[in-house]
Design a binder for this molecule. Structure first.
Ligand code: HDD
Length: 696
């Protein structure tokens, strides 16, 4: 007997006196009273007892007929799928791309035809080297993969937070990755390039020198996925309605500006919170502080490509923004976290070959190889040719084809015709005018295996990047190289790297040689092309030259103790909120800190569990000295990491004990105005002059 749906229960109904709920796909779920669905097996059989396996008597043997036990363990044993061979550790979010204006003059891609057009998007950020469970703040490239569910199919811009790459030809990718991952005989190190194999390969691969400058720069230890740029790296093509080509490079620019941590901070963050970047993105989106990037394009024609001093097909080279200013064409907003990390972030399949009509490839040999690898790797990872049947990978536009069967086919074409042409007049047909067409490039030449002469300058842009940095950033690159090469045990490798650095910049080589305690510098490496000294510097390559002058999206950590000034806490909270920042409280105990007005404050962290590396700036809001060693570390690290520090008179003792001297980056908190002045100072993000003084 089927009764009418019970009006009070929305989409529920009663059959045989059982409360049933209609699921999203229209299927009926048995609903125990009170709306909690009954536990079932994967076959839908309701489970009466999930606490005990079926046995003879209370202590007898377990029975094979216990299909619930067997199914549960069977599925558990097969939960894992192969992690990505690179970019294993990643974190994704949903959002949308909004087109600013029509680009119909250069591309017929539908996504760029109408201003204001919103396209669903999914983005996965990742590290490259570490395993799925490694820490977020490794020194590493960050993947920046964007899936745009356009009306003409999925478009994947599978980029990084660095605009160039280590190698020029995809054939060397397995060697590169083998060299950077843990060494095969010993199984370490995990998630770091600081070991002999990597630097051996790099020191024997001069083409990687430009990328090495980026990887040793602060770009490789970003403060947040929200504060880093993204790049498509390769030169692509836009094709207009007449299939005329315009070369294009893609750049994602973060609305909150760029920011990195310092290496000592990264090391400590990994200990305090290995999921730092994940938590940062999760908290931002869940609190409604949606991160945003602007998509910019560098457009150029064949004449520009021919005249440009580097080969636009060479993925180890970039086009300086001052030479070809990026044009903003849209914005990407991430506003929803996945319901389930495995279902979406782990199973998402990005492929460089996924391009819509109006976008096409160039002959960049790295891109050409990538176009094979991504499709191939998805079969290994997801176990079926039908990975596009997974919701996260399925197009959101209509699609029709004759592909059928294969493992886990969830949608087979229906009807008799599974081929074309066919006489049944059934099934989809090609779309010659609207369908994807390739650029009709004239290609000629004999079959050869060679590297073009035009790819041969391996030092000029490495030099350009280094010399475009501020002195602070240059010192960070030198320190990073010193750290990494100090972990290299083979002297010949260190020496080879120094000879490359001599080709990039003498002062850089000298700093690294000094850090390594080298008595005699080697001779400069042979250079197929003499490094250029005349390239105009590119300020766009520096993080610090493009600082956001804002504390928005950042986090203030306030250390409190008994008697801390309640009014000042309120003032700091108000000033932080006005700056678009968040506040977290650190105290000796999670609960029960009595403030100056007698109120009792709860904390977000204990002083042991909330080190200052978790915050962008700190306030030492003490009414009395705090002797806990973790309090000393809190102040000492904030000072060493050049953070802006506010302090009350009573905190001076702690500051002295921690070596935190008063300077222009420390603000005495003696009232509400000081709170506002402190947050204004936080717009600088760090007080870098302190570092030079500390490092001497
Ligand atoms: Fe790659 C994953 C980006 C070179 C082969 N790559 C992968 C991911 C990103 C990039 C962001 C993670 C995608 C995700 O989140 O699922 N890869 C790049 C960039 C490169 C690059 C920007 C240089 C410009 N990659 C590159 C080469 C090859 C690959 C040269 C092989 C010829 N990449 C892969 C892969 C991965 C991958 C093995 C592993 C997991 C996957 O594809 O889905 O196919």
């Amino acid at each position: 007997m089927v009764s009418k749906p019970n009006p009070g229960k929305g989409n529920t109904t009663r059959i045989h006196d059982q409360q049933l709920r209609r699921g999203a796909g229209g299927e009926l779920h048995q609903v125990a009273d009170g709306g909690t669905p009954p536990l079932t097996t994967a076959q839908g059989v309701p489970v009466a007892d999930d606490q005990n396996s079926l046995k003879v008597g209370g202590r007898g043997p377990t029975l094979m007929e216990d299909f619930h036990l067997r199914e549960k363990l069977f599925h558990f044993d097969h939960e894992r799928i192969p992690e990505r061979v690179v970019h294993a550790r990643g974190y994704g979010a949903h959002g949308f791309f909004e087109t600013y204006k029509s680009l119909s003059d250069v591309t017929r891609a539908d996504i760029f035809q109408r201003a204001g057009e919103k396209t669903p998007a999914f983005v996965r950020f990742s590290t490259v080297v570490g395993a799925k469970g490694s820490a977020d703040l490794a020194r590493d490239v960050r993947g920046f993969a964007v899936k745009l569910y356009t009306k003409e199919g999925n478009w994947d811009i599978v980029g990084n937070n660095i605009p160039v790459f280590f190698i020029q030809d995809a054939i060397k990718f397995p060697d590169l990755v083998h060299s950077v991952k843990e060494e095969p005989d010993r199984g370490f190190p995990q998630a770091t390039a600081a070991h002999d194999n990597f630097w051996d390969f790099i020191s024997l691969t001069p083409e990687s020198m430009h990328m090495i400058m980026w990887a040793m720069s602060d770009r490789a230890i970003p403060r947040s996925f929200r504060f880093m740029e993204g790049f498509g790296v390769h030169t692509f093509r836009f094709l207009d309605a007449k299939d005329q080509s315009t070369f294009v490079k893609f750049i994602w620019k973060p609305k909150l500006g760029m920011q990195s941590v310092v290496w000592n901070e990264a090391v400590k963050i990994n200990g305090a919170d290995p999921d730092f970047h994940r938590r940062d993105l999760w908290n931002a989106i869940q609190s409604g502080d949606f991160p945003e990037w602007e998509l910019c394009v560098q457009l150029f024609d064949q004449a520009f490509a021919d005249a440009f001093e580097f080969d636009v097909l060479d993925p180890t080279k970039l086009i300086p923004e001052e030479v070809l200013p990026p044009i903003p064409v849209g914005r990407l907003v991430l506003d929803r976290m996945p319901d389930n990390l495995f279902a979406e972030t782990e199973q998402v399949a990005f492929m460089t070959q996924n391009v819509p009509p109006g976008v096409d490839f160039s002959n960049d040999p790295l891109l050409q190889g990538r176009n094979f690898s991504y499709l191939d790797t998805q079969l290994k990872r997801l176990g079926s040719t039908n990975f596009t049947h997974l919701p996260i990978n399925a197009p959101k536009c209509p699609f029709h084809h004759f592909q059928q069967d294969g493992h886990m086919a969830m949608r087979n074409p229906v009807g008799r015709a599974n081929y074309q042409p066919n006489s049944w007049g059934a099934g989809p047909r090609e779309a010659p005018t609207t369908g994807f067409r390739s650029f009709a490039a004239d290609e000629a030449g004999s079959k050869v295996r060679l590297r073009p002469e035009s790819f041969a300058d391996h030092y000029s842009q490495a030099r350009l990047f280094y010399r475009s940095q501020t002195p602070t950033e240059q010192s960070h690159i030198a320190m990073a190289l010193g750290f990494e090469l100090s972990k290299v045990q083979t002297g010949a490798i260190r020496e080879r790297m120094l000879s490359h650095l001599l080709r990039i910049d003498d002062s850089l080589a000298a700093k690294v040689g000094e850090a390594l305690g080298v008595a005699r510098m080697p001779k400069p490496a042979d250079a197929a092309v003499e490094p250029r000294d005349d390239l105009a510097l590119s300020p766009a390559l520096s993080i610090l030259k493009n600082a956001p002058d804002s504390f928005a999206g950042r986090k203030l950590g306030i250390l409190i103790g008994p008697g801390s000034d309640a009014g000042l806490i309120t003032a700091l909270r108000q000033a932080s909120a006005a700056a678009g920042a968040t506040v977290e409280i650190v105290a000796p105990h999670l609960g029960g800190t009595t403030l100056s007005d007698g109120s009792v404050a709860d904390a977000d962290h204990t002083v042991e569990g909330g080190p200052s590396v978790l915050f962008d700036a700190v306030a030492l809001l003490l009414a009395e000295d705090m002797k806990h060693p973790a309090a000393r570390d809190f102040a000492a690290d904030a000072f060493r990491h050049c953070k802006i520090i506010a302090f009350t008179p009573a905190a001076r003792t702690l500051m002295n004990r921690s070596g935190a001297e008063e300077d222009e980056g420390t603000i005495a908190l003696d009232g509400k105005e000081a709170a506002d002045a402190f947050l204004a100072a936080c717009r600088k993000l760090r007080f870098w002059p302190r570092e030079q003084r500390l490092l001497g």
